[in-house]
Design a protein around this ligand. Structure first.
Ligand code: GRF
Length: 349
């Protein structure tokens, strides 16, 4: 039994698709789903399916990545599968799992890849450039953002009516189609030719998998999972599945970006969405005018907002912002109470 770990940060439709594809198979198991955003919808989604989930906050990835390597080794993970995972993996993990980490990217890499190119930004850029096709890419992960060797791609046509949202939808379907197959291919490569023999079929339903011209069938047989194209929803009409040959496993153009982003780079490539308010000015005012200890606590939380946001910990930034707000209110309330009580008490004595 080969074991995979899925790493995700967002909605998790790829994670669900992969989980359903391999569930009930007898050769591949989704051993663990790890997520790095406390409220990531993927966590509930995968728990409801019965997957084992684990939340690892930002500080574990940035400060103690060797613990993650140890965890993956203890759980005997053969392949790490990134499915909408928004964090850049530290070199400690990429080097420990060399050629054993896959990622899916929503464009035809090397086009529209690299730092800052993720999610809807990719689809907006593709439309703005007037491209007539885009697609999905599954590639190995190394220390170059979106620069690892390409394992599988699927093209998607773009029509004049398309919007970033409709392109995203089409690309998602292409991802559902190729990612499970790419996982099987990567696992088969790890196993070596001696183990690549036809195996017993499983009861896999694979109900989100999109039908394509079928190189996946071969790998399904190799790895012992059922790949029943007749039960699958129709493929997006513009999807053009590439043949799975050594020729289409081209090496991507090497992107010179470093694995870790410096503070300046992080600032230039901020996470998607708006940074929550830091309330720093209000914290300082509450410290000076109202209650010193409560104000200082508010300043500490205020100063955490931007650092957490730019390190990718959006949940942490939101929490710090909420806490800063609470402590500003506490500071003002104590300040008002102290000042209003002072006069009657001073008059009494
Ligand atoms: C996908 O489009 C994938 O290409 C990108 O992130 C998105 C994740 O979507 N890396 P989901 O969370 O699997 O729905």
């Amino acid at each position: 039994m080969k074991k995979i770990a899925i790493l995700a940060s967002g909605t998790g439709s790829n994670a669900e698709n992969i989980y359903k594809f391999f569930t009930n198979g007898n050769r591949v198991k989704v051993e663990l789903v790890i997520y790095d955003r406390r409220n990531a919808p993927v966590a509930t989604r995968m728990r409801e399916l019965g997957a084992d989930t684990l939340y690892l906050p930002a500080e574990v990835w940035t400060e103690r990545p060797e613990e993650i390597v140890e965890l993956l080794r203890q759980r005997e993970i053969d392949l790490v599968v990134l499915a909408g995972f928004l964090r850049i993996l530290p070199p400690a993990i990429t080097s420990a799992f060399d050629r054993r980490i896959l990622n899916v990217h929503p464009s035809l890499l090397p086009a529209y890849g690299g730092p800052g190119m993720y999610g809807s930004k990719v689809h907006k850029a593709v439309i703005e450039e007037g491209e007539s096709k885009t697609g999905a890419t599954v590639h190995y992960v190394n220390d170059t953002i979106d620069g690892g060797e390409i394992l599988m791609q699927q093209e998607v046509e773009i029509t004049p009516e398309d919007t970033p949202q409709s392109v995203e939808e089409k690309v998602h379907r292409a991802e559902f189609s190729i990612y499970p197959k790419a996982i099987m291919e990567a696992l088969a490569k790890l196993s070596g030719p001696e183990q690549a023999t036809p195996a017993q079929q499983s009861e896999n339903t694979g109900d989100m998998i999109v039908e394509t011209a079928d190189p996946g069938q071969e790998w399904a047989e190799v790895l012992g999972v059922k790949y029943d194209a007749s039960k699958l929803p129709p493929a997006y009409p513009g999807a053009v599945p590439p043949p799975v040959t050594p020729q289409n496993t081209a090496t991507a153009v090497q992107n010179p970006a470093p694995a870790f982003q410096s503070p300046q780079q992080a600032f230039n490539n901020p996470p998607e969405g708006k940074m929550p308010p830091s309330y720093l000015i209000w914290s300082v005012l509450s410290t000076v005018l109202c209650c010193l200890p409560a104000g200082i606590v508010a300043i500490i939380f205020s100063s955490q907002v931007s650092s957490k946001f730019y390190s990718g910990d959006i949940d942490g930034a939101n929490r710090a912002s909420e806490r800063a707000q609470i402590w500003i209110i506490v500071s003002f309330v104590i300040g008002v109470l102290a000042n209003t009580l002072y006069l009657p008490i001073a008059l009494l004595f």
